[in-house]
Design a protein around this ligand. Sequence first.
Ligand code: ANZ
Ligand code: ZN
Length: 839
Amino acid sequence: MSSRFNPAEADRRWQARWDEAQSFRANSESDKPKTYVLEMFPYPSGRIHMGHVRNYTMGDVIARYRRMQGHEVLHPMGWDAFGMPAENAAMERKVHPGEWTWANIRTMREQLKQIGFALDWSRELATCDPAYYGHEQALFLDLFEGGLVYRKESEVNWDPVDMTVLANEQVIDGKGWRSGAQVERRKLAQWFLKITDFADDLLEGLKGLDAWPEKVRLMQENWIGKSQGLQFRFRLAEAIGGSDSVEVFTTRPDTIFGASFVAVAADHPIAQAAGAADSAAAAFIAECKAGGTSAAELETAEKKGFRTAVEAIHPLNPQWRLPVYIANFVLMDYGTGAIFGVPGHDQRDFEFARQYQLPVRRVVAFAPNLASEPIGNEAENAAGVAVNSEFLDGLTTEQAAAEIIRRAESAGWGHGTVQYRLRDWGVSRQRYWGTPIPIIHCASCGPVPVPREQLPVVLPDDIDFEKPGNPLERHPTWKHVDCPSCNGQATRETDTLDTFVDSSWYFIRFASQPGDKPFDRAEAEKWLPVAQYIGGVEHAILHLLYARFWTRALQHIGRIGMAEPFNGLFTQGMVTHETYRAGDGSWLSPGEVRKEGDDWVHIESGHPVTAGRVEKMSKSKRNTVDPEPILAKYGADAVRWFMLSDSPPERDLEWSEASIEGAARVVQRVWRLATTVADGEGDDRDLERKVNRVVSAVGEAIEGLQFNKAIAQLYELTSAIEKAPPSATRRPAVKTLVLLAAPAAPHLAEEAWAALGETGMIVDARWPTFDPALLVDDQITLAVQINGKLRDTLSAPRGLDRAAAQALALASEKVQRQLDGAAPRKVIVVPDRLVNIVA
Ligand code: ANZ
Ligand code: ZN
């Protein structure tokens, strides 16, 4: 028996054994309880990074733990394989996006396999595979037929150099993130999914997701952004462009007596009419259109407006006239695209009023007697009581709002409404590397779905990235087809689907993958919802919301019987590393620097290096550590162990080679125990109790996703066994230790299991059980107080009688020092808990 565990050899051997035995193949027909464990599938960017390793190790521990508990576990892996980086690579390196992507998948698959994850590779999928995206096209058509897909002109961020639409996040300071060109707003016909139909349901559903982080639920809630308010009309003193009134939406009807102006969005019909009549108005509208469309951008931009010639009439006082502006901070697609401005109580309106010398009136105060307090340097948006507001005076903000809504409804000038910030999901992308939208445009028939038997609509391979824009659009033949409906000449839709569509249903396809349809409902429902989903918090909003929507949409059209796809969600922290900079400010990688004494130097040049903040590993700061050489040096189990041990999983984990070395040493210690444990005589009750407690604690920690605590328990048990004298208890204790370590360090566990003479693989062994009765400790902690103040804590045997407890407490050095020779007046004993000395 070799004295050292040799991961390089053992890892490969056990991975091959699991493969041969198909240990992790999930059987949908099994009658065991089913558990679906899923980590967010990776984008095949090139190589596995430490973030992946951490994420997948956590999921793997749960999967292996449940398996040992006798569950049938589905733990699949695949590739979120469409998207921009592949096209960028194509442009920069002249390699086909598909070739680049598949090569990355091959590399990363091999890397993942080296870590020994308990994955069902037979279910592997890649979203760029026609065998996947063809089914996605079918689902798109199902939703289309179900009335959940529509086409509409909408404003987009247009990059005139790259000739493409940019997402809001790709617009930086009004410029395209790649080209640096000034972004324009353009109207483009695009496909939308009706996520807003489900806005309230998506919001309500959050309440039931109690195994989700509170912060993620809150982020989704804010994103959906439900506001209760009032929608009402201002009559206009004179008509403009055929309208004699303007409809506004407000969440603060209580402030109606504080109105100083009315403002409409640049795209509002009233603005358009003003622009048609007045070139200065038209110029202002054009100015509004330059720059991004994101709400954040509008929020921070300088508030600007153009005063039109029309005036609005206050609904509660016909003598009261308000100027009507076109304003850059009013959005066309929120509410009604028009507002009334209350500078005293809304910051945007406040800034606007400052700019254009409009009145700033107080209509809300903390208390009625503060009615004449002027508004200071900022709007006061907090609730309070209405002041300077006629019949509303003295009512709370909530009461005043209700009163205005009541009056508006009874007088017929407005009605209470609910608004959502959530917009329908625009899924059209003017890109090549995505799922082609399965629609054909015909001049006489309009948009026609591609007939099902013609699916998948496959991307053409012969494309060129020499010119900017969408290669599908300029491909010589691909888009030219006959109309399925009238046989006339028609063209394919050349937009592809947002890659978030690909990730909105992959978890269903993992659960069931028939060849002839996206999934089999009955089979999918055997696995779903996912019991535990793990991924980065950067997906807290979009991906998770889209996946929840997609599942609801499928439920709506009768394709699946559930609304929520992910029962438990966990968002793990990041893997971080110190950053290093050379004298010229350029970033240096950890491999290029060395510590000399207290200073860092550049290995090659010997120049001094500045060590900077500990930050998320990223290519741009060059502070990444490639998992592969680390795996080669220390083996999979040490890396897995480290990933779990050093921080709570929701917190950042700072990379440290010293910790990896520590983990590698524990692996060897467990190995040594397994290979050298000698049988002794007699039972070791202490060790028995320790083992029992650790079994309970490790299970509890894994269930609570507190992996670092589970690992800490394993450390403790290892030490306890090492220190224990020879007995008949040691060998079973080692066996239990190995079982408990199996989810975290599976290769070591298999090897040790065999060394202990067990037959069969540990992956097929059962998780140890514990005796709750033995959890009760024989030692208790006794608190000792003097006059009610804690002075000492003492360890004492359970069940000590009062006299003995009193004696023990009085013998305490700290107590004696406090009493300073004085005799206690009285001693109160609460058995097994407390001794209070009255001095
Ligand atoms: C008057 C008012 C007074 C407002 C006040 C706020 C404070 P939330 O709560 O986010 O839904 N608003 C309405 N439609 C808008 C649009 N299309 N573009 C920009 N702003 C718009 O925001 C609702 C509030 O945002 C509305 O309530 C309206 O301003 C403004 F003390 O009306 B409020
Ligand atoms: Zn036609």
